[in-house]
Design a protein around this ligand. Structure first.
Ligand SMILES: [Zn+2]
Length: 207
């Protein structure tokens, strides 16, 4: 089942999520639905608060594999990497964030088994280390734009290049202007955003 994604400005995204004591059938169903929703939205990761559940659960990808982590803890961080990030809860936007290049993260999986991953951004794993840090921030009520280099924050704008082909260009914007646009539920008309997310942003009730 596809779950509605909460958009920046929703108070649940600012809350510290609760640890999961015992994995219930409802939690397992939630994880399946989060996998489905992440795939449908073409996301690299998705945290439970983004679908309205304030629990320490997230899903992510390493290449083609999908994984879930419950009560995740990063036990080692090393190196540094800076890259563009985006977020399904702030669609149509990107910004540069500094992260640890390599992390070891452990927790339980959707079968309640203790698991641990050693992740490093690079050719083999894509940006799995960055992704896990971004998702754990969600569990702590932090959005990546709060960590992003202010001058790097941009709308993704649909444009046409000089050969007449579709292109995406960046339009610099301040964090405050983005938040104001989301609050007013009025994004630039040419912003690049999935239809399923545009509906969420532009729905007046916010529900
Ligand atoms: Zn996110």
């Amino acid at each position: 089942m596809l779950l509605p994604i909460k958009i920046w400005g929703d108070p649940i995204l600012k809350k510290k999520a609760q640890a999961v004591d015992r994995l219930t059938p409802a939690d397992k169903k939630l994880i399946q639905d989060m996998f489905e929703t992440m795939d449908a939205a073409d996301g690299a990761g998705l945290a439970a608060p983004q679908v309205g559940v304030s629990k320490r659960i997230f899903v992510f990808r390493i290449g083609e594999e999908r994984h879930a982590l419950i009560n995740p803890k990063i036990t080692l961080r090393s190196g540094e990497v800076e890259g563009e990030e985006g977020c399904l809860s702030i669609p149509g936007v990107q910004g540069r964030v500094k992260r640890a290049k390599r992390v070891i993260v452990s927790g339980r999986d959707q079968f309640n088994k203790q698991v641990s991953f050693e992740l490093e951004d690079g050719e083999d794993m894509g940006r799995a280390a960055t992704c896990v840090q971004h998702e754990i921030d969600h569990l702590d009520g932090l959005m990546y734009l709060e960590r992003a280099e202010p001058k790097s924050i941009s709308w993704l704008i649909e444009a046409v290049d000089d050969k007449g082909e579709d292109d995406i260009i960046l339009r610099r914007v301040s964090r405050d202007d983005i938040l104001a646009a989301y609050k007013a539920r009025k994004l630039p008309p040419d912003v690049h955003i999935l239809d399923m997310l545009r509906e969420r942003v532009e729905r007046k009730s916010g529900k």
